[in-house]
Design a protein around this ligand. Structure first.
Ligand code: SAM
Length: 214
């Protein structure tokens, strides 16, 4: 998702108390408990877009700390505006490219990772940019604690098939796989819809989901 550039979004993000400042991101590894001021587990969403999913999750689970990661200021601004309407102490944002994720979280510091409706990057030569690619799985392997889980949802079947094929070479295993989340009575329990999920499921697209571990 790329919104048109919103004038002033970069400045608004830089000033926001909800966003961990880019100038201190390199100091964050090993410090997330300190940043939140408690020992709660840390769950992150990479490519969170306007933040509906992570905001709802943080509201429903006050004993978990959430970090939403988004590359574009103009998109992140929407999540920041939502937070100013409804502040949550257990939610922070990072404006960054997830390629650098191992420079912001320490080894094993993250308890769960969410990828929701990640950009498909359909050209083969861009496969490394796909968030469920083996290159990204190697980065997640560093920051995710032992026994931690990664959850991925998408309506893009080609991207989902690619993501499943990446598991074995990257050393991950599937705990849960569904090609139609919304028809699965058990898996749909507690499901929080993202902006894209609402849009694509309303169009009748089945939603694929996996939960993986290594
Ligand atoms: N997760 C949201 C949802 O399900 O409604 C947004 C989905 S949108 C298709 C994908 C989002 O991921 C975009 O906002 C994009 O800017 C962000 N994104 C893509 N690659 C990223 C990266 N390498 N680092 C951080 N954010 C990224």
């Amino acid at each position: 998702m790329r919104l048109r550039n919103i004038t002033g979004s970069r400045e608004a993000i830089a000033e926001s108390l909800y966003v961990v400042s880019e100038s201190v991101q390199t100091e964050c590894p090993g410090k997330w408990k300190e940043i939140f001021g408690n020992d709660s587990p840390v769950y992150i969403e990479i490519g969170m877009g306007k933040g509906k999913f992570i905001h709802t999750m943080a509201k429903e689970h006050p004993d978990i700390n959430y970090v939403g990661i988004e590359k574009y200021s103009s998109v992140l601004l929407r999540a920041v505006q939502k937070m100013s309407q409804e502040e949550l102490p257990n939610l922070k944002f990072l404006r960054m490219d997830a390629e650098n994720i191992t420079g912001v979280f320490g080894a094993g510091e993250v308890d769960r990772i969410y990828l929701n409706f990640s950009d498909p990057w359909p050209k083969d030569r861009h496969a490394k940019r796909r968030l469920p690619s083996r290159e990204f799985l190697a980065r997640y392997d560093t920051i995710l604690k032992k026994g931690g889980r990664l959850e991925f949802k998408t309506d893009n079947r080609a991207l989902f098939d690619f993501a499943l094929e990446e598991l074995e070479p990257a050393g991950w295993k599937a705990e849960v796989v569904t090609y139609d989340l919304h028809s699965d009575e058990k898996l749909i329990q507690g499901n929080v819809m993202t902006e894209y999920e609402e849009r694509f499921s309303a169009q009748g697209n089945p939603i694929c989901k996996y939960i993986i571990y290594r």
